[in-house]
Design a protein. Structure first.
Length: 207
């Protein structure tokens, strides 16, 4: 099985559960998934699955937590790197969309948790070593001062980039309907977003 962002701690049975849950949650989301289906994918009985995870919600949170825990350091490495701004934006978009493409249930998980349990999400689910955006903000301001990009508030820039990366995944059912795309066509469209968003952002920054 292909390597995934989620890596389960513990024994091989728990790893099978994580891999199976990741696959089912990716295909159906939390609401569409069932514990029986996850157990079947893992090749275990449902009673054993419940021994490891009492509820589907707990399993969903565990898988999401593992993915977020692996994704954040990768994003941080890009944000805090010494790369030129254009290359940094390109790599950030590529990494961000890549992570969501492989884990499409994560944006909805984050939105739900932030709205329902913001303090628990910040204190218990997010890793402590979050990216420090000031590195990026300082770089943007230096590029503005040098006249290489137009004046823009760095906070707006990063929010615009993240929004363009995330929204097509969060609103995928609506986007498919509005654009008249099959599931296969939608996959291609979402992969094209990496280059499309990059070009859009860089064009918008030209002085």
């Amino acid at each position: 099985m292909a390597k995934r962002e989620s890596q389960a701690p513990g024994d091989s049975t728990e790893q099978k559960i994580f891999d199976a849950a990741h696959e089912v949650f990716t295909q159906k989301g939390m609401d569409g998934a069932t514990m029986q289906e996850i157990a079947d994918h893992a090749g275990i009985n449902k009673a054993l699955l419940h021994y490891y995870y009492r509820t589907k919600e707990k399993l969903y949170e565990s898988v999401a937590r593992a993915i977020i825990g692996r994704a954040i350091p990768a994003i941080r490495q890009i944000i805090e790197s010494e790369l030129p701004l254009e290359e940094k934006i390109r790599r950030f978009i590529d990494a961000y969309i890549g992570i969501i493409s492989r884990n499409p249930f994560i944006p909805l998980f984050i939105i739900s948790e932030v709205n329902k349990h913001p303090e628990r999400f910040i204190n218990s689910i997010l890793p402590s070593d979050l990216p420090k955006p000031q590195f990026f903000f300082n770089q943007v301001e230096a590029e503005i001062a040098a006249g290489r990009i137009r004046p823009v508030r760095p906070q707006h820039l990063i929010v615009n980039v993240i929004s363009m990366c995330v929204f097509p995944f969060v609103g995928k059912p609506m986007m498919r309907m509005l654009l008249g795309m099959s599931s296969g066509e939608m996959r291609v469209f979402l992969e094209e977003r990496k280059e499309e968003v990059t070009q859009f952002v860089m064009a918008a920054l030209r002085p």
